[in-house]
Design a protein around this ligand. Structure first.
Ligand SMILES: [Zn+2]
Length: 293
């Protein structure tokens, strides 16, 4: 079956006042619903787990599928500017200890995190996790639910553009909280669907993708974290580091001098993240830091 049964309640707050928001027409069409109570947006009916697994075949990771991940290994040097900048920020809060990246793909962030931490990964793709193992990273090939981690075992858990892929975010965040040590840091990057960019672009917003099941706002994600035992929640916009690492990363895709013009677009997008329009943050990019109580 391609789809799960249609949900009658919000998977985030259990409210029954949910309604169809958009019909997304793409390579695989789907509907998203919105909860009137907490404004959570979710694919409904959701694609079944077997169908989702077929989206993340080896072709997805090797760039051969129609809807593909960009293979970060090809641009490791350039991508690592961003990974190092993020680790530098995390290091301000946690000096050492155990570090878990959920959805670690080819282990780029983990490679940078090794400077300070004992690192672990979770990766659903067999293809990407095999690569991680080949470079001696400790990676569980599967999901967080079937990973063998004990309670209170991590100082830092990161999930970079991962939570939007999760079907049951309530239990996922509960599980994350349980394996973090008290005082441990959780770092989440996803789009803020309450921001002006997402609201104004409506169904054309690029975050609506067949692999994305859960669409949060800064508000409902913060409230999920609070309910799950987190405190001291900080929201960084557009991201948790400055513009320079992004510019250095982008050079990995440049082919000639003219491509440097793209720096203007990147810089503009970055700075818009600091401003509001009609009471909403202008861009949807956000990174949340939350500490387990
Ligand atoms: Zn809700």
């Amino acid at each position: 079956m391609k789809f799960d049964p249609l949900l009658k309640k919000c998977p985030l707050c259990d409210s029954a006042s949910i309604s169809l928001k958009y019909n997304i027409i793409q390579s695989h069409n789907f509907n998203v619903y919105e909860c009137q109570s907490c404004l959570f947006i979710f694919m409904n009916p959701a694609f079944s787990d077997t169908f989702i697994a077929s989206l993340y075949s080896d072709d997805y990771y090797s760039g051969k599928a129609g809807f593909s991940y960009i293979d970060e290994r090809e641009n490791h040097k350039f991508n690592s500017y961003v990974w190092k900048a993020r680790i530098k920020k995390i290091h301000k809060y946690k000096k050492s200890g155990t570090f878990l990246d959920i959805g670690c793909s080819f282990g780029g962030l983990l490679s940078s995190a090794q400077k300070y931490y004992d690192v672990y990964g979770v990766e659903i793709s067999d293809f990407a996790s095999r690569y991680c193992k080949s470079i001696d990273l400790k990676v569980h090939n599967g999901t967080l639910n079937d990973a063998p981690f004990k309670e209170n075992s991590f100082d830092v858990i990161t999930m970079i553009e991962l939570i939007e892929h999760i079907k049951d975010p309530v239990n996922f965040i509960k599980k994350t909280a349980s394996i973090l040590k008290p005082g441990g840091l959780c770092v989440i990057q996803t789009a803020d669907m309450g921001a002006y960019q997402a609201v104004s672009q409506a169904h054309n917003y690029h975050y609506y993708l067949p692999g994305h099941l859960s669409y949060f706002s800064a508000c409902n994600l913060s409230s999920l974290l609070t309910k799950s035992g987190f405190a001291n929640i900080r929201i960084y916009r557009p991201v948790d580091f400055g513009l320079i690492p992004k510019l250095r990363k982008s050079r990995g895709q440049f082919k000639n001098l003219k491509d440097y013009k793209r720096w203007l677009t990147i810089a503009k997008y970055h700075f818009l993240g600091y401003f509001k329009k009609k009471g909403r943050p202008m861009t949807s990019s956000m990174v949340i830091y939350a500490f387990k109580k």
